[in-house]
Design a binder for this molecule. Structure first.
Ligand SMILES: NC(=O)c1ccc[n+]([C@@H]2O[C@H](COP(=O)([O-])OP(=O)(O)OC[C@H]3O[C@@H](n4cnc5c(N)ncnc54)[C@H](O)[C@@H]3O)[C@@H](O)[C@H]2O)c1
Length: 450
């Protein structure tokens, strides 16, 4: 199938690569000329395990190319995916900024031009996470541009950064929202190679498909805020959240997944999607007390590590050096959008602390964000290429993102490198009893102080 994918970010680029890998002829279209140039030259603008190799393989096989020009891929394509960003807007409601979606829809309209296409011959599929009603508005915009007969489907994406290729190729389910069953059949054929494992292909209305994506993310965010609140209670009451987690997880109605306490969720999806569902409900005349609480609990949780650091060092904090391991919002990505690490860094810098930070993939993104945001703090911020390098002379280590590189460290070496053996473990990666046996002062989330 001839396919165009608009937006070459985490979702668009992964989709384009995986669709090319299953034998389709794919053109990736992005407004960013530097990104397109990099991709056509064999580079990849983001870190996602396996992506570089897959893009290269398909580019070399002639199945995948990139352009900034809508008219280069859209007129020939049977399927056009929209995968541009829908970040949070600056408005009071903090709903999704839809300007990229409208620009993409208008670009498609212009590239197809004023014409009447045969039914089923051209489908626009919205992969971006968009508020309910977007499908209908894209149809309106295409019609206003003079394109008749183009079908618009909603096909939300559920991939996770860090495991995006696997998720795209072995999805738990594929959701499509369509007005005509024939459109679903074209998408079913496209996804067939990825659904061999009996995972379902779910056909519904565009409105239901749009809401499904928000409901999924809201549910996952709720689980995280729930266990974080329980963890904070454990800290106060002397209970161990790890035991409580197991105690509830064995109940099949509850399960274990997504019930790991930490420094709050970040990333480009959960925070903005929870806020969008609140905004959507408000526009529909409904309050969302549960979603507001999920967001509020999460915002507070992002300060939990700084609070523990402040409590430990009390009036001695200014002038101390803290090492941070893990800056990406989660392991196996370089994405730092809304990362809890940034909240910790800002708070510690405000308190006069020197920072020595390490991350296997996200150092460059943090460096460019911090140099824009806080150029005045450059002298107190050391970016370290190696995890142990970050510990040299530091008064404590804060572990924020649980990359596997940090799971089984050389504790002996850590104790020698740190000026004092203090660890704030934001992901409960280490065993409290063992840590105190080895002479560390160890703080975790919801496991009490050792
Ligand atoms: N990142 C995830 O893990 C994930 C998972 C599921 C769904 N989503 C959703 O998918 C969408 C995309 O997210 P992302 O993380 O891939 O975003 P991203 O910011 O990584 O990528 C967006 C890309 O679109 C390009 N772009 C912007 N406007 C354009 C236009 N008019 N025409 C062509 N290109 C344009 C940008 O230059 C950028 O390269 C969002 O709605 C997001 O909520 C993201």
């Amino acid at each position: 199938m001839k396919i165009a994918v608009i937006g070459a970010g985490y979702v668009g680029l992964v989709s384009a690569a995986c669709l090319a890998d299953s034998g389709n002829d794919v053109v990736g279209i992005d407004v960013d000329p530097k990104r397109v140039e990099l991709l056509n030259g064999g580079g990849v603008p983001i870190y996602e395990p396996g992506l570089q190799e897959m893009v290269e393989r398909n580019r070399e096989a002639g199945r995948l190319q990139f352009t900034t020009d809508y008219s280069a891929g859209i007129p020939q394509a049977r399927l056009i995916f929209i995968a541009v960003g829908t970040p949070e807007s600056k408005s009071e409601l903090r709903e999704a900024d839809m300007s990229y979606i409208w620009a993409a829809a208008d670009g498609i309209g212009k590239a197809i031009g004023s014409s009447h296409v045969a039914p089923g011959s051209k489908i626009v599929a919205i992969k971006s996470t968009v508020p309910v009603g977007t499908n209908a508005k894209v149809v309106e915009r295409l019609t206003a541009a003079g394109c008749q007969g183009v079908d618009v489907a909603s096909n939300p994406e559920f991939l996770k950064e860090g495991a995006a290729l696997d998720d795209f190729q072995k999805p738990d389910r594929v959701v499509v929202g369509v007005r005509r069953p024939e459109v679903a059949e074209v998408l079913r054929e496209l996804y067939a190679p990825f659904l061999r494992t009996e995972h379902p292909f779910l056909v519904m209305s565009p409105e239901s498909a749009e809401l499904t994506k928000y409901a999924a993310n809201a549910m996952l965010a709720t689980k995280i805020s729930f266990i974080n609140q329980i963890a904070n209670l454990c800290d106060r009451l002397g209970a161990d959240v790890n035991d409580v987690r197991k105690g509830i997880g064995h109940d099949a109605r509850i399960g274990f997944k997504f019930l790991f306490p930490g420094p709050g969720y970040g990333g480009s999806c959960f925070p903005k999607d929870v806020r969008e569902i609140i905004a959507t409900a408000r526009k529909a005349g409904l309050d969302s007390p549960l979603m507001r609480a999920v967001d509020e609990v999460n915002e507070a949780q992002k300060h939990i590590l700084a609070a523990k650091v402040r409590e430990h060092f009390a009036t001695e904090l200014a002038g101390k050096t803290i090492a941070i391991w893990g800056l990406a919002f989660k392991p196996r990505t370089d994405d730092v959008r809304e990362a809890p690490s940034l909240v910790l860094m800002r708070e510690l810098l405000d308190a006069g602390v020197h920072l020595r930070v390490h991350d296997p993939e996200a150092l460059d993104n943090v460096r460019s964000q911090m140099s824009r945001e806080r150029p005045q703090d450059a002298g107190r911020l050391a970016y370290c290429d190696r995890p142990y390098g970050a510990l040299e002379g530091a008064d404590a280590l804060a572990l924020v993102t649980e990359w596997s590189d940090y799971r089984n460290p050389d504790f002996e070496l850590m104790r020698r490198l740190l000026a004092s053996p203090v660890i704030f473990d934001g992901r409960n990666v280490y065993e409290p009893a063992k840590m105190s046996e080895m002479g560390f002062t160890y703080y975790a989330i919801g496991r009490g102080k050792r």
